[in-house]
Design a binder for this molecule. Structure first.
Ligand code: SF4
Ligand code: SF4
Length: 157
């Protein structure tokens, strides 16, 4: 029977007792961090800046006159992969279309940003609001009123 090959690894190890240098290096690292400014944030009293690309709760944008930019074309609802948007259009004779009802179910949403990308008039955008909390699922179904000002729902503790 062939003898199994024995691989000796101990010869590559450092000599016993050579632990002082690694310990000092570790202590030095700890000491360096000890005097560093803490990175912990006392949320919700303090928050950190979010990237401008952050995708949080939706906002329906308005023009200079305060009117909704949305023309109820339905592109956002069509492209939404989670079917979180529903739009009910309304058009007065010879006037601009606008949404009579515009709903975003924030719990269905996966915050992909497709609706924002698809909108031809920049009427919907995703904000930096990520910490909206509530007790009922229905409260996460945003209508036009809520979508006009999602910042009001930012968690304040
Ligand atoms: S962000 Fe994506 S998932 Fe959410 S409503 Fe828009 S398209 Fe739908
Ligand atoms: S938000 Fe934009 S894409 Fe969606 S219905 Fe309104 S205009 Fe069309």
């Amino acid at each position: 029977m062939k003898k199994p090959e024995v691989i000796v690894v101990s010869k590559d190890r450092e000599e016993k007792g050579n632990y002082v240098k690694p310990i000092l290096m570790g202590l030095g690292y700890t000491l360096g961090n000890f005097f560093r400014k803490p990175v912990t944030v006392q949320y919700p009293d303090e928050t950190t800046e979010r990237s401008t690309r952050w995708r949080g709760l939706h906002r329906m944008n308005v023009d200079e006159a305060g009117q909704l930019k949305c023309v109820a074309c339905g592109l956002c609802a069509a492209i939404c992969p989670s079917r979180a948007i529903s739009v009910l259009p309304y058009e007065e004779e010879g006037k601009t279309r606008y949404p009579e009802e515009f709903i975003v179910d924030e719990l269905r949403c996966v915050f992909c940003g497709f609706c924002q990308e698809a909108c031809p008039v920049g009427a919907i955008s995703l904000t930096g609001v990520y910490d909206y909390v509530d007790y009922s699922r229905d409260d996460f179904v945003f209508d036009i009123g809520k979508l006009r000002d999602p910042e009001q729902f930012r968690f304040k503790g």
